[in-house]
Ligand binder design. Sequence first.
Ligand SMILES: [Zn+2]
Length: 325
Amino acid sequence: MQVNNRISIALGNGPDERLLSDIHQIVIHHTVAERSVQPNVTSANLEAGWRTNPGMGAPNARGGYHELILFNGNVDRNMQDRRRTWGAANQNNHTWHISLVGTHSATINNITQTQLNSLANRIAAAMQRFGWTANNVDRIVRHRDLPGHANTTCTHVNLTNVRNAVRAILSGTQVPSPPQAGTFAIGTFNADVRMTQTANVRAERNTSSAILGQLQSGTIIRVGTILGRNNSNPAYPLGSELWGGITFNGRTGFISLLLAEPVSTSNLIRIGDRVQIRATATTWATGETIPAWARNSIFTVTQFRNNNQEALLSDVISWIRVIQP
Ligand SMILES: [Zn+2]
């Protein structure tokens, strides 16, 4: 599973509209695409239709889904969590939308298990960002489960199976995921960003402090902590206010994140990465018990399987579920 960060190019990029705590439910959709006819349908294809669809808010249309799971199981991340999408009438203010490319109606099902694995992984990752736990899987519903939406075919995906898969991922049998890339938010980031313009590195989180040097457009650099201007921590941070801390020529500096974009792939867990098993982890991906001594221990990833959703760890030579950020 590969996560493509399209937030800066998808419909609907812009300032925050809500807090993560405003999100109360995750809604699953399908796009009604046929493998035989549209084997390579993409977010860009769908957006072309949304641009002219009054139901999607044309002419100021925005993506219908925060994330889209393609036929091959890869994922397009199209909208920031803090933005609303046009996914289901009267439900969008408090909903995070995710859709499967394909059809699972009452009579047709061309959704694959690979896609369903990605669905559970991405929902689990979103729930982690929202601060939800395995006990909150009842907040996952399908479009047709929403009040007033029962007549839609969208979608007949087996909800119990999805909830059980998400619960398994969130119940501790996974390596902690690195911080989420794809959106900037106040707090620890510890991920790479790419400069979208040449930018000054400042001594403080503002445009009036000393200039320590410059970063050229295209430079990729690690950002640690993100705060607002002058280290502020507003409850409702707007993108325009955010500053990232970096190490520059051996000292601490700061860049405006208005001039940078997240680099989503830099955070993916890769072969050779060192990962720590959670203290709360109970079972390996194979169902066998993780010995107490292995919990909290650090191992090297030596292989992946199941579309990068399970990693083989050095020393213990055991498979463990991972959440790819
Ligand atoms: Zn739908």
